[in-house]
Design a protein around this ligand. Structure first.
Ligand SMILES: Nc1ncnc2c1ncn2[C@@H]1O[C@H](COP(=O)(O)OP(=O)(O)OP(=O)(O)O)[C@@H](O)[C@H]1O
Length: 367
C-alpha cells in the first residue's frame, strides 16, 4: 500500500511548484497542464508549451518530474507529453485572425543578410512544428523567391467563400508571398511608393494564409513608406532588427530600431540578431575571425535594453544555399544549423514573453 496519495488534485498541487522559467509563474495557474491520467504508482499528463520551439522544454520536463517525486512520491513513474499552443495577442483581429503572430524583420542597411535570416528562421520554426509564412515586402530586391527556389513560380488565385483569394506558394513547408512574384526581375524599382504599399495591403487582405503561428515580414532595408503601410495595415506583434557587427551597419540599425519605438508607431522590439558575426574557416574549426568587428549586436541590444537573440556566423555555404534556392539551416554543418535553430528558439521564446506581458499592439491610424 502506498503511503502517498496520487490523485489529480495532488498532481496539480505538486506541479503548482513548477515555475515557467520565462513567465515566472507556475505552470498550473498558466493553464499549461492538461489530461492528467493516473495508474498504480504512475502518472501521465500533457504540458502545453507556449511555442513548439521552446528552448526550455527539457528544463520544464525535469522540473515537473522532480516536483512529482519530491511532493508526492519518489517511486512514481512520470510520463510527460509535451505539446504546444502558440500564444497570441491577435485573437479576433479584423485582418488575418488565423495568424497568431506577425513579426517584422528589419535592418538599417541593405545587404546585412535580413532575407537570409528571415528564410532560415522561418524554416527553423517550421522544423520545430510551427506553422509559418513569409511576406517578402522588400521592393528594392525581393530575394525570398530565389532563396526558396521559387523564382519561376506564381501564386494562384482561387475562390474562398465566393471571394477571389491569392494562394501563397508553399516551399520547404513555408507559405510565401513576395513582391517578386508580381513583377518581372529588374522592374521592382518602378514599384516604389503607393503601388508597393497597395500590394503589401493585398498580401494581408486578399490572400488565403489560413492558420499560422508566425508570419514573418521581410521588410525593405531602412525606414520608409512600406514600414508605415505595414503598421497602418495590421497590428504587428513585434519587430526584430538584423545587423552586422560593424559600426556603419550599427548606426543605421539604431535608426531602424528607434523607428519602432516611436510613440506613434509603438511596435515592441523583440530583439537584435547579429549576422556575419565571425568567420570560421573549414580547416580551422576552432578559430573565429571577427571580420566585421566584434560585439556590435550586443552593444545595440544593450543600448535599447532588448535581447540579442542570436549570432549567425559568416559561412560560405549560407551564401551558396541562398543562391541555390535551398534553406541553409537544412545543411549538415552544425555551425550553421545550430546557429539558426537557437536563434529561432530565442525568437519564439521572446514572442511568448511579449504575449504574456504586453497588451496587443494597436494598428497605427492613418492621419
Ligand atoms: N551569415 C552569412 N554567411 C554568408 N553569406 C551570407 C550570410 N548572410 C547573408 N549572406 C549573403 O549575403 C548576401 C546578402 O544577403 P541578403 O540578401 O539576405 O541581405 P539583405 O539584408 O536581405 O539585403 P537587402 O535588404 O539589401 O535585399 C547574400 O548573397 C547572402 O547569401
Amino acid at each position: 500500500m502506498s503511503e502517498y496519495k496520487l490523485s489529480k488534485e495532488s498532481v496539480l498541487q505538486a506541479l503548482s511548484h513548477v515555475e515557467e522559467p520565462d513567465l515566472k509563474r507556475d505552470i498550473v495557474s498558466l493553464n499549461m497542464v492538461k489530461d492528467i491520467q493516473l495508474g498504480i504508482d504512475q502518472v501521465r499528463f500533457t504540458v502545453v508549451l507556449t511555442t513548439p520551439a521552446c528552448p526550455l522544454k527539457e528544463v520544464i520536463r525535469k522540473r515537473c518530474e522532480d516536483a512529482i517525486h519530491s511532493h508526492i512520491g519518489a517511486n512514481i513513474e512520470v510520463t510527460i507529453d509535451m505539446t504546444s499552443d502558440v500564444t497570441s495577442t491577435r485573437n479576433n483581429a479584423p485582418v488575418l485572425p488565423g495568424v497568431k503572430n506577425i513579426i517584422a524583420v528589419s535592418s538599417g542597411k541593405g545587404g546585412v543578410g535580413k532575407s537570409t535570416v528571415t528564410a532560415n528562421l522561418a524554416v527553423a520554426l517550421h522544423k520545430s512544428g510551427a506553422k509559418v509564412g513569409i511576406i517578402d515586402a522588400d521592393i528594392y530586391g525581393p530575394s525570398i523567391p530565389t532563396m526558396f527556389g521559387a523564382e519561376d513560380m506564381q501564386p494562384m488565385i482561387s475562390q474562398v467563400n465566393g471571394q477571389n483569394r491569392l494562394q501563397p506558394i508553399q516551399q520547404f513547408g513555408i507559405k510565401l508571398l513576395s513582391m517578386g512574384f508580381l513583377v518581372a526581375p529588374g522592374q521592382a524599382i518602378i514599384w516604389r511608393g503607393t503601388m508597393a504599399g497597395r500590394a503589401l495591403q493585398q498580401f494581408f487582405s486578399d490572400a488565403d494564409w489560413g492558420e499560422l503561428d508566425y508570419l514573418l515580414i521581410d521588410m525593405p532595408p531602412g525606414t520608409g513608406d512600406i514600414h508605415l503601410t505595414l503598421v497602418q495595415t495590421v497590428p504587428v506583434t513585434g519587430a526584430i532588427i538584423v545587423t552586422t557587427p560593424q559600426k556603419v551597419a550599427l548606426a543605421d540599425a539604431t535608426k531602424g530600431l528607434a523607428m519602432f519605438r516611436q510613440p506613434q508607431i509603438n511596435v515592441p522590439v523583440l530583439g537584435v540578431i547579429e549576422n556575419m558575426s565571425y568567420f570560421t574557416p573549414a580547416e580551422l574549426p576552432n578559430s573565429q575571425y571577427f571580420i566585421f568587428g566584434k560585439g556590435g549586436g550586443k552593444q545595440l541590444a544593450d543600448m535599447f535594453s532588448v535581447p540579442l537573440l542570436g549570432q549567425i556566423p559568416l559561412v560560405q555555404s549560407i551564401r551558396e544555399a541562398g543562391d541555390e534556392g535551398r534553406p541553409a539551416i537544412n545543411s549538415t554543418e552544425p555551425l550553421v544549423s545550430d546557429a539558426f535553430r537557437s536563434t529561432a528558439e530565442a525568437l519564439a521564446q521572446h514572442v511568448a514573453i511579449r504575449n504574456a506581458t504586453l497588451d496587443r499592439t494597436q494598428r497605427v491610424e492613418v492621419a
